[in-house]
Design a protein around this ligand. Sequence first.
Ligand code: ADP
Ligand code: MG
Length: 331
Amino acid sequence: MAEEFALIAELQRRLGQGGSGVQTGIGDDGAVLETQGMPLVACTDTLVAGRHFFADVGAADLAWKSLAVNLSDLAAMGAVPRWALLNLALPAGMAHGDWVANFCEGWQALAGRAGIRLVGGDTVATDGPLLVTVTALGVLQGPALLRSGARPGDWIAVTGTLGDAALALERQLQLRRGEVPEVLPGTEDWEERRLRPWPRWELGQQASRLGLRCAADVSDGFLADLGHILQASDVGARILVEHIPLHPALAAWIDEDWERLVRTALTGGDDYELILCGPPARWPQLQELARAAGVQLSQVGEILPAGQGLQLYWHGQQQQLPSRLGHVHAL
Ligand code: ADP
Ligand code: MG
């Protein structure tokens, strides 16, 4: 397939120019990478057209998001992003010059900032939907942040604000049904933020260097992802829901409505923020690092001993857990 080789050549020219630790990048049967003795963290994520993104998405936004979801996983492990592999399954006629050029531009806009280099991948044609798989590799400069690393007495913190992407998606779906979403001042750039999330790789690697041991990223919904930590660590948790960080525009829309709060900030997906847990002695240091990095960091609760379950308190009242804690992957 001549087109395949032209596409690979363009990716190589635009994105595959070697870089730190790359002994051999794109162009051979495999990449040769140098970790200088640091543990390697590997993660991979696949996005399917019509399922994880609207099939009419621009190539630049698609590239950004497919890399971002992986950078979020590296951040949740505490790894420093280093290298990426890119697998593309392209419907026939897709891989035209503009599409590839836009893909490269969107990729590089994020990859350049994160310091991650493209070192290989695979390209195939498909009769099915467009499919993008990114594999990201990073190195650890401290302990890995594991789901199993939470201990009773740890604080629970989250970065950024939760629920914005869920509301942005809800509004985008309304638009696509031909409805006119309610005007919400302060949300003008939310569509852009939904399409181009900013994972917290910087704070993740700093948390590892600080010696923290527990994190997860919020991709399926806060309660669902916190649930993964509780299960893996065999602990419970108390969450003070009024401390969940909300964008002022989202807070105004929620307007103290529990159902709206649950639907967006507690169970909505695609936030790509971090949940971090750690002992009280480490809190001031993490707070200082977050301030220096310009990342909002909020304590939202505490890890409890095993058997205590997941307890939600809202203005002093315990609330029932919602029946659905997050986005469920339909198979
Ligand atoms: P092979 O037949 O050995 O799998 P390919 O012809 O598929 O080799 O790929 C040639 C080179 O181009 C390899 O180094 C591979 O990693 C790289 N490559 C192929 N597709 C992509 C892609 N979508 N992104 C980045 N590198 C790619
Ligand atoms: Mg191949």
